[in-house]
Design a binder for this molecule. Structure first.
Ligand SMILES: Cc1ncc(C[n+]2csc(CCOP(=O)(O)OP(=O)(O)O)c2C)c(N)n1
Ligand SMILES: [Mg+2]
Length: 313
């Protein structure tokens, strides 16, 4: 373990220090590990990063400034996935087969506004790594509710008096249902979770076709907690079964991190101001929904209860 940690601490960082993200930005941790992981898995490759409108169009910077050590291409929401596929095809036509084209798209972009493009690219099995940068709301424009916002959360469009009703869209399972080669969920909440994260990025780098990675990143201003708590909050999301870690590799489902004793969902909700208005009954209802989703997921992920494999390419 120690050697593995040494390696990732000393590696080149493709998100440079001094970028414009908020203090404590969880997605900043995630994007660094996605890019460094893809580069480490294929050292001779180049990376092109495609970013639809989001916090990251600001954080990446305005030319000639670039917060990343890779080429960045900014796009509208709806065209991110298809522009990534087009970049990959164009590079192939000029003989550059070694480029990894990566989308870094927010939850608003991926679950809602750009979803048609994401679904179509998955259906075509376009050769890109699509990473959902999930901070659970439209953060760049001031915390509006998205399809990725969880049940009960405050946002500026779902105020405390009428918080988010209904549940978070299960986008990673929707993407797995497309029959794409690889889908995985990622969280950098602890060293074992980070190891799982990096193993999945490495796996994604080695597979051709449409790969979908769903990375949960905590957002201090949007989720309302102190900036030093981002990793701990994501850890609690995983340990409470709110955000299960799993993968679907060519149709084979696997839970990749199984909490030994799940923490109550109230422990996860209780450290975030966006849930501070919830009553005990509302928290109990959320716990029941989390349990239902975990049971449904593990029914698919347990080897002895595995459903017939989805057809995949
Ligand atoms: C079609 C369209 N509608 C609205 C906007 C305004 N807009 C820019 S960034 C953004 C928020 C995107 O949210 P998300 O995809 O979750 O990324 P985040 O900002 O949270 O990183 C919005 C609504 C836009 N650029 N284009
Ligand atoms: Mg967002």
């Amino acid at each position: 373990m120690a050697r593995w940690v040494d390696e990732i601490v000393t590696e080149e960082r493709l998100l440079h220090p001094g970028h414009a993200a908020c203090a404590g930005c969880g997605p900043a941790i995630n994007v660094r590990h996605v890019l460094d992981g893809l580069a480490a898995a294929r050292p001779d490759s180049r990376i092109v990063l495609v970013i639809p409108a989001s916090c990251w169009t600001i954080i990446a910077g305005v030319w000639p400034v670039n917060a990343f050590g890779v080429t960045v291409h900014l796009t509208p929401f709806a065209s991110a996935a298809v522009e990534a596929a087009a970049i990959k095809s164009a590079l192939r036509l000029v003989g550059r087969t070694d480029t990894q084209v990566v989308v870094w798209g927010g939850d608003g972009s991926t679950c809602d506004i750009g979803f048609t493009g994401v679904s179509a690219a998955a259906e075509r099995n376009d050769d890109v790594v699509y990473v959902l940068n999930d901070n659970e709301a439209y953060m760049n424009t001031g915390v509006q509710k998205s399809g990725g916002t969880p049940e009960g959360a405050w946002t500026t469009t779902t105020p405390a008096a009428a918080p988010r009703s209904g549940q978070k869209k299960e986008i990673a399972r929707i993407m797995a249902a497309h029959g794409i080669p690889y889908v995985a969920t990622l969280a950098a909440g602890s060293v074992p979770m980070l190891k799982d994260f990096r193993a999945k990025v490495t796996r994604a780098a080695g597979i051709p076709g449409f790969r979908f990675l769903h990375a949960l990143g905590a957002c201090p201003p949007g989720w309302k907690y102190p900036t030093g708590e981002s990793a701990e909050i994501v850890r609690l999301a995983v340990e409470s079964h709110v955000f299960p870690l799993w993968e679907c590799d060519h149709g084979a489902w696997r839970i990749t991190y199984r909490p030994k004793r799940p923490v109550p969902v109230r422990d996860y909700l209780g450290v975030q101001g966006r849930f501070s208005h919830l009553s005990r009954e509302e928290i109990d209802a959320i716990q029941a929904h989390v349990d239902e989703r975990w049971d449904a997921l593990t029914a698919v992920g347990e080897p002895d209860r595995e459903l017939p494999r989805a057809s995949s390419r």
